[in-house]
Design a protein. Structure first.
Length: 668
């Protein structure tokens, strides 16, 4: 068969529409985009055809398990760019694609309207109108043949009128009527429609994936008695404290038995004393492995009780998934082939030069039994899901194969679409992006090290306005058990306030490692180090929660502001606002209908009073130039009346470090 015959056989030669440059589309459809329940998927594409005929373009979507597509008419914006949107309601996966075709009735109708309009001013005769009507009548007849029910009867009646002896003006009015247009639009001729070459996917997560605040704590340090090993029961007793600050998620570092061989001492010392508790990331001992809760913490029953009590307070429990083992983990003796061995036959411990982790054995994902290893690691996640855990913070996913994570996450979410995976990967950008693409629901970010106005502006524009926002859902943390940033080490209380305000308002998802954060813990292990002195990664800590300088109340206010302002519950509306002082950062978030507008001003200078002029784009906020408007500071409760685009702000770190304004319009 010749190439021309092949085209004829597929009817390709008469398909004139072109669809290209579809957004959102990640890597040519290789990966899905991300949304949460209730969010919109706004789809755009270039769609056009040769010549001047009218085009119709549809957005098609459905749940992945459905066979029937829902259709939405796309709107032609400008320059052959089309747009439509649909809302995702259920967790799971959706599919979407596009279809376009030359619509001969629309093309005829447009030309016919021009012909009639020209009749009053140009030499266009009635015969031309009559001949044009004949073409329209044939298009209607063709539509009747492919239509059933009431619409077919209605079309048939209209067609008969066009064939009757009524006057020409009546026929022209009927041909151009909205009634006929609607009927013909419902039953178009799609036999030469172009279908987009790919079906694209959306992964829809629970709402908490898009908006939530996380609180991390070590249960073993939750005891009210200094020096006593804390339990999950102690952790449960702290739930009201956590709830009072307004957190949605309580994230617990590994609860598994801690290995005894090569156990680390305090401050990561190589030699441990008899009473040292070791690193919780050195997982497994003769008491059990990844499917056990340490006896000291109270065991599995204590976790189930904690989960139930947390949910009574609208708090979800997130657990740590760390795929690595202590030397005495049962896997080491049962499956030695799962680990990399050195030349002398001993198992290679983990290293990240110059750091050495003698208490941790990483898995060898290139071993000959890799498929068995994969299956076992998946069973670990399934085990914790069976205990009612649906949120997981995954430790160092960038040190495991991409293919493994893609398989595991897709397998888990196919059965449990409500599960959320947070990627803890502070590594190279492309690696972080790939992890997000292959399925991680949320990702840690570089926010922890972005401090200046330029750094913050550039980074959050990338997070919220570039294509990466379709697959990379950020979760911003001012601190973690591994990271005490230099900014917090030297800035005192104002530094903690600044980083909390930024994390919680720049990003709809944020978290803190507490009680270290609210109690302003800022002593590093050594100058230039980001490790905490006396880190509870390696030892028990006793936290006195009722300290006078605690940020507990301030955190509660921040989380209340987030709950009361819908604008802060999304990321994509973020816009930075000009302010003529590099020590001041100003930005806004707003709902689509502008019913909720939040403007934040932060003094990044933790030592000095700073002033500046804010310049608002009033037109984008639908405020007229002569209209007064109020800015109510949600932090202080004070309201200010502003006029015009330029207004003055003062922020003194000894008084207030930030404004979180809710904009309230007044009548003109």
């Amino acid at each position: 068969m010749s190439a021309l015959e092949e085209l004829k056989a597929d009817d390709v030669g008469v398909i004139r529409a072109v669809i290209e440059h579809v957004t959102p589309e990640v890597d040519g459809g290789r990966f899905p985009i991300k949304r949460a329940q209730g969010q919109q998927v706004i789809v755009e594409a270039d769609a056009f055809a040769d010549g001047h005929d009218a085009l119709r373009c549809l957005l098609l979507y459905c749940k992945e398990s459905d066979e029937n597509w829902s259709e939405i008419e796309m709107k032609n914006l400008t320059n052959d760019r089309w747009r439509a949107s649909f809302q995702v309601v259920d967790v799971g996966r959706y599919r979407y694609t596009l279809m376009a075709w030359v619509d001969h009735f629309l093309s005829w109708r447009r030309e016919f309207a021009l012909r009639i309009g020209a009749d009053a001013t140009a030499n266009v005769g009635a015969d031309d109108i009559v001949n044009a009507l004949l073409i329209g009548k044939q298009l209607i007849a063709d539509a009747i043949a492919r239509t059933h029910g009431d619409d077919a009867e209605h079309l048939r009646a209209l067609h008969e009128v066009l064939h009757s002896d009524v006057d020409l003006a009546t026929k022209c009015a009927l041909a151009l009527s909205d009634t006929l247009l609607l009927l013909m639009a419902r039953h178009p001729d799609r036999q030469h429609a172009r279908e987009y070459e790919r079906q694209l996917s959306v992964v829809v997560d629970p709402r908490i994936a898009a908006f939530g605040c996380w609180y991390e704590m070590f249960p073993r340090s939750a005891s009210s008695v200094p020096g006593r090993h804390g339990t999950l029961e102690d952790c449960a007793a702290r739930l009201p404290y956590i709830a009072s600050m307004g957190f949605d998620v309580l994230y617990l570092p590994p609860l598994y038995p801690v290995g005894r061989i090569n156990r680390k001492g305090r401050n990561n010392m190589l030699e441990a004393d008899a009473d040292d508790v070791g690193s919780v990331w050195a997982i497994g001992s003769d008491e059990g492995g990844h499917k056990s809760v340490a006896i000291e913490l109270g065991g599995l029953d204590a976790l189930r009780k904690l989960r139930a009590q947390a949910r009574d307070l609208n708090i979800e429990i997130a657990l740590d998934i760390a795929f690595q083992c202590a030397p005495d983990h049962p896997y080491v003796s049962q499956h030695p082939a799962w680990f990399r061995h050195r030349a002398d036959g001993s198992i290679q411990f983990a290293e990240n030069p110059p750091k050495k982790y003698q208490d941790i054995y990483p898995f060898d994902f290139e071993n000959a039994d890799w498929s068995e290893l994969w299956a076992e690691l998946k069973s670990i996640v399934e085990f914790w899901i069976d205990q009612g855990i649906m949120l997981f913070r995954v430790d160092n996913p960038h040190t495991k194969p991409f293919a493994f994570w893609e398989w595991l996450i897709n397998s888990i979410k196919a059965k449990h679409p409500q599960v959320i995976f947070l990627s803890e990967a502070f590594t190279r950008p492309k690696v972080m992006h790939r992890l997000a693409k292959i399925g991680f629901s949320q990702s840690y970010t570089y926010f922890t090290w972005r401090n200046t106005k330029q750094e913050l502006t550039e980074y959050f524009i990338e997070l919220t306005q570039s294509d990466m926002r379709e697959y990379f859902r950020p979760n911003c943390w001012p601190n973690t058990p591994d990271i005490l940033p230099a900014y917090l080490q030297t800035g005192g209380r104002p530094a903690f306030v600044v980083r909390l305000v930024l994390a919680s308002t720049l990003c709809s998802n944020y978290g803190i490692y507490g009680p270290a954060f609210e109690l302003l813990e800022n002593t590093p292990l050594a100058p230039g180090s980001e490790e905490y002195m006396d880190s509870e990664k390696y030892q028990l800590r006793h936290w006195v929660l009722g300290q006078q300088n605690s940020l507990r109340d301030f955190i509660a206010v921040i989380n209340r502001i987030r709950r009361n302002n819908k604008a802060l519950q999304e990321d994509w509306s973020l816009r930075f606002i000009p302010i003529d002082n590099d020590a001041l950062l100003c930005y806004a978030k707003m709902t689509d209908d502008l019913s909720n507008i939040v403007i934040v001003v932060v003094n990044l200078d933790i030592n000095n009073r700073q002033t500046g002029w804010v310049e608002l784009d009033l037109a984008s906020l639908r405020i007229s130039s002569n209209q007064a408007y109020h800015l109510h500071d949600e932090l202080s409760g004070i309201s200010y009346q502003w006029h015009g685009p330029r207004n003055f702000v003062i922020l003194d770190p000894t008084v207030v470090q930030a404004h979180i304004f809710q904009l309230r319009k007044t009548d003109v």
